[in-house]
Structure formats: structure tokens, C-alpha cells
Design a protein around this ligand. Structure first.
Ligand code: UDP
Length: 327
């Protein structure tokens, strides 16, 4: 397959590019390097600097590449994804996450590209009453990040319906860890996700960490999430793309582990390796109490299930963080 990965220099995008190349596929990356790193792009992938919200940038990549050989699949990772930031900057989230997808789809239709793999999120479910989310559950996002992804999901469905295209929408749960090569991992000036924040606190890159709320209606009062290793997630994208090309059918599946861990439980795993100083802080805006994925559909349709456990995510993120911080 020839695959265009938009946002392929970022965290999940770069891991997916590695897995696509390991599986023998041809990869083109477009990224604006706003949060990604050129050095994260696999050396066997072709790179274009470009912004998904700029139609000229998109058209240049499609024109140059499709003149040689059309893309079989386009993958979208170029999104903003920090829940509290989205609460403060909803317009930026709608512009980047929804308008970006609209332009990508417009250019795909102009070049007659038929398959799209889209990164969505468990945040579309909102405050799940059942606790374990299934793909047919009603969606009611409680923050602008989730709302922007849900709007994009619907747009993709309508466009695929109108233009005889197919989609693979993945709803991610909490992604963590780093590629076994340690060449790539989660690298940001300001980290907000739980596992890397706890590890930074343990490595004394930050003084301590906050646990946001211990009065939720959960077993220990802290929020419960479903954590998934980035390499498991990345490999699911290879399977999703191959499924589209082979079956010419759309699919929407959760990528999670079927298991939930509380914030305190996650911090305890990190504390097996590092001394983490934490304080209990007020709840964070936009946080649902509990999000766990049912991954039954991913197993049935793609034959996918996670290989790695929470401890593997902690260990690989720790190794990556030590490497980039010279610890
Ligand atoms: N969290 C926390 N302290 C932190 C970062 C996160 O207590 O420094 C909590 C957060 O409130 C949520 C869970 O950890 O309940 C996972 O948050 P994260 O930002 O990693 O991912 P999200 O679920 O928001 O996508």
C-alpha cells in the first residue's frame, strides 16, 4: 500500500509510520512540525512540510505524489488533543481538528482517493454511565476536544457516503509508552498526560505531580482510564488500512484494553521504579470519572488485541524520558 500519514511526525503518527514501514508499506508524511519532530519521521518515509488547514499545502502533496502513484489510504493524526487546553481554546480546536479534516476530505475527493483512517477518541463518549464503552453507545462529549472529534467523525461518514469512499475510525483510549527502538516517543515542551507527568516527577524533572480529584465515584476516588501502548495502537492502524483496501468496507472501532486503572493505581506502578511525590489537587475541567473500552469489535474485525500491559508502557516511557533528558 502507499499511505499518506498527515501528522506523521507527532507521537502516534510517528509510531504508526514505523509500523507501516515494518509491515513493508510505502509511506509519505505531511506534518507542519507544530508539535512533531522532523527527526521522528522514519528515514524510509518521504517527508513534506505542510499544514492540514492550508489547502495549497495539501494539494501540493497530493498532486506531486498521485502523479507518480495514487495513495491507497490517507491517515489523519494532525489534531490538537489536550482536554483542558480545548476547554480554554475551543475555536482553535474546531479550526484545526474539524476544518483540517474538511480540507483533507475535499482534497481526497478531488484526487479520487477512497480510503481514510481517522484518529478519534474515547472523549466522544462523554461521561459514560456504563463505564465500559461500546462503539454503538450514544456519544455526548463533555469537552471541546471530544466535540471536535465527534464532529469530524460525522463529517467523514457523510463524505464517505456521498463519494463512495471508506473510513476506518479508531476511538483511542489513553495512549502511553514508546517504540522499543527508543528512537521515538512522547516528546513535548509541556507534558500533561498522566504517565509521563508521573515519570517526570519521579525523575525530578518536575518537583511533584498533582492528582486531579480524589472524590469521584470510583473505587479509590480517582478517575479510571483504559491505557494502551502506542505500539499496539500504531499496529492497529496498519491492520485498519489493510482492512479497507482488502474489504472495501467502513469500520469504527475502539482501541483499548478492556481494563481500567485509577490514577492512583497508575502512580503506584510508576512508584515501583521511581519515588513520585504527589499532592491531591482539585478536579480538572472536562474529566469524566471513568472511561474503559470494549475492544471486542477490534478483536473480531481486525484480529487485534493489545500485546503490552500498563507496566510495559511505564517502562518504555521511562526509558525514553531518561534518554531524552540524559538521566
Ligand atoms: N491526571 C492527573 N494528574 C496529571 C495528569 C492527569 O491526575 O498530572 C489525571 C486526569 O485528571 C485524568 C487521568 O489522569 O483523570 C488521565 O489524564 P490524561 O491527561 O493522561 O488523559 P485524558 O484522559 O485527559 O485523555
Amino acid at each position: 500500500m502507499k499511505v499518506l500519514v498527515i501528522g506523521g511526525a507527532g507521537y502516534i503518527g510517528s509510531h504508526t509510520v514505523y509500523e507501516l514501514i515494518r509491515a513493508g508499506h510505502e509511506v509519505v508524511v505531511m506534518d507542519n512540525l507544530s508539535t512533531g519532530y522532523k527527526e521522528f519521521v522514519h528515514k524510509n518515509a518521504k517527508f513534506y512540510l505542510g499544514d492540514i488547514t492550508n489547502k495549497e499545502d495539501l494539494t501540493r502533496v497530493f498532486k506531486e505524489e498521485c502523479d507518480i502513484k495514487p495513495f491507497d489510504v490517507v491517515m489523519h493524526f494532525a489534531a490538537k488533543l489536550i482536554v483542558p487546553e480545548s476547554v480554554k481554546q475551543p475555536l482553535e480546536y474546531y479550526h484545526n481538528n474539524v476544518e483540517g479534516v474538511r480540507l483533507m476530505l475535499e482534497v481526497m475527493t478531488e484526487f479520487h482517493i477512497k480510503n481514510v483512517v481517522f484518529s478519534s477518541t474515547a472523549a466522544v463518549y462523554g461521561d459514560s454511565k456504563k463505564g465500559i464503552c461500546e462503539e454503538d453507545d450514544p456519544c455526548d462529549p463533555i469537552n471541546p476536544y471530544g466535540a471536535s472529534k465527534y464532529a469530524s467523525e460525522n463529517m467523514i461518514k457523510w463524505v464517505c457516503n456521498a463519494y463512495d469512499m471508506h473510513y476506518c475510525i479508531f476511538r483511542y483510549f489513553n495512549v502511553a509508552g514508546a517504540d522499543a527502538s527508543l528512537e521515538i516517543g512522547l516528546k513535548k515542551d509541556v507534558l500533561t498526560h498522566l504517565i509521563p507527568v508521573a515519570i517526570q516527577a519521579g525523575l525530578k524533572i518536575r518537583d511533584h505531580m498533582d492528582i486531579f480529584g480524589d472524590d469521584y465515584d470510583t473505587k479509590d476516588g480517582t478517575c479510571i482510564r483504559d491505557y494502551i501502548h502506542v505500539s499496539d495502537l500504531a499496529y492497529a492502524h496498519v491492520l485498519g488500512a489493510e482492512y479497507l483496501v482488502k474489504n472495501k468496507k467502513s469500520l469504527l472501532v475502539n482501541l483499548g484494553s478492556n481494563e481500567g486503572y485509577s490514577v492512583k493505581e497508575v502512580v503506584d506502578v510508576v512508584r515501583k521504579y521511581l519515588p513520585v511525590d504527589y499532592r491531591i489537587a482539585p478536579r480538572r475541567d472536562g474529566d469524566p470519572a471513568k472511561l474503559i473500552a470494549s475492544n471486542k469489535k477490534a478483536r473480531e474485525l481486525l484480529g487485534w488485541s493489545p500485546k503490552y500491559k500498563l507496566e510495559d508502557m511505564v517502562k518504555s516511557d521511562l526509558a525514553f524520558r531518561k534518554k531524552i533528558n540524559n538521566k
